[in-house]
Design a binder for this molecule. Structure first.
Ligand SMILES: Nc1ncnc2c1ncn2[C@@H]1O[C@H](COP(=O)(O)OP(=O)(O)OP(=O)(O)O)[C@@H](O)[C@H]1O
Ligand SMILES: [Mg+2]
Length: 263
């Protein structure tokens, strides 16, 4: 495997605060690789540093030790002043909250990154419309966020990240806080969008079923100080129908193997 994203010996502890004991190591000796176009899912116990890890990859936070190579180019991560958040728009980040701007319509939220970069061409508009159409948002372009369902808002925030075409997308439990039915539909939609332009995805989730349904490979993290507890290749052919994945004969054994590793 040629690594597109190469995480090497990452360690993290937060600075000590006055009057508190020294902060513990959150990440320690954490190394893994992600291939170009791979869909990697990550599961791990709460508090194991998954969000911290994504923040370091996105360069919105520093690492205490270690480095990350992106497409062969190494970034030093120790000094906050030398970080490059989002790596020049090459890394997109979808967080748990949808973060839509309430005073902008759905389409204007989706096109927001382009406004910042300075230029919404007709081609970009067309791409945005195509992505919205692919997940059933046609007709809702001019709705405001409060006029959309929770699932629709999540689709919008997903598309807002996809539309500016970053080669890598980080997702931090993007489908939390929705009901099981909507969640499965969002998983379907994500795979549909991913098939339209295969990105490298690092997807963090609490949901082992989701990790299996979406991923090419699932990484299991230990509790803090966090390292890799195990790795599972998900050999389910694509395109996948998420609903079918749960009914596959191999699914229970894989689920159990991962569950046993998540402490
Ligand atoms: N800015 C910070 N300062 C100090 N400690 C922090 C900071 N951010 C996170 N932590 C600590 O780092 C640890 C890991 O937090 P993190 O949010 O990365 O976990 P997580 O795996 O994403 O958890 P969850 O699954 O609940 O989202 C926690 O113990 C948390 O208290
Ligand atoms: Mg988290």
């Amino acid at each position: 495997m040629t690594a597109f994203l190469d995480v090497r010996g990452l360690a993290k502890r937060f600075p000590q605060r006055a009057g508190r004991p020294p902060s513990p190591w959150i990440l320690k000796d954490l190394s893994f690789q992600v291939a170009d176009g791979e869909f990697l899912t990550i599961v791990g116990p709460s508090g194991s540093g998954k969000t911290t890890l994504l923040n370091i990859i996105a360069q919105t936070d520093t690492a205490t030790e270690g480095e990350i190579a992106f497409d062969g180019k190494v970034s030093a991560l120790g000094d906050a002043r030398k970080l490059s958040p989002g790596l020049n728009r090459r890394i997109g980040y979808v967080t748990q909250e949808d973060n839509l701007l309430p005073w902008r319509t759905a389409i204007d939220n989706v096109l927001f990154p382009f406004e910042i970069i300075g230029g919404i061409s007709e081609k970009v508009r067309e791409h945005a419309r195509a992505l919205m159409a692919a997940v059933g948002l046609t007709g809702f372009e001019t709705h405001f966020p409060h006029e959309l369902s929770g699932g629709m808002r999540k689709r919008c925030s997903l598309i807002r990240t996809l539309v500016y075409d970053p080669p890598v997308i980080l997702m931090d439990e993007p489908f939390g806080a929705v009901d099981a039915q909507t969640r499965m539909q969002l998983q379907e939609d994500l795979l549909t969008l991913w098939n339209m332009g295969r990105k490298t995805i690092v997807f963090v989730t609490h949901d082992i079923g989701e990790a299996i349904a979406l991923g090419d490979r699932t990484l299991v993290l230990t509790k803090a100080p966090t390292r890799v507890a195990g790795e599972h290749r998900i050999d389910i052919p694509r395109p996948r129908d998420v609903k079918d994945v749960y009914a596959l004969p191999g699914f229970p054994a894989l689920y159990e193997a991962i569950r046993a590793q998540v402490q």
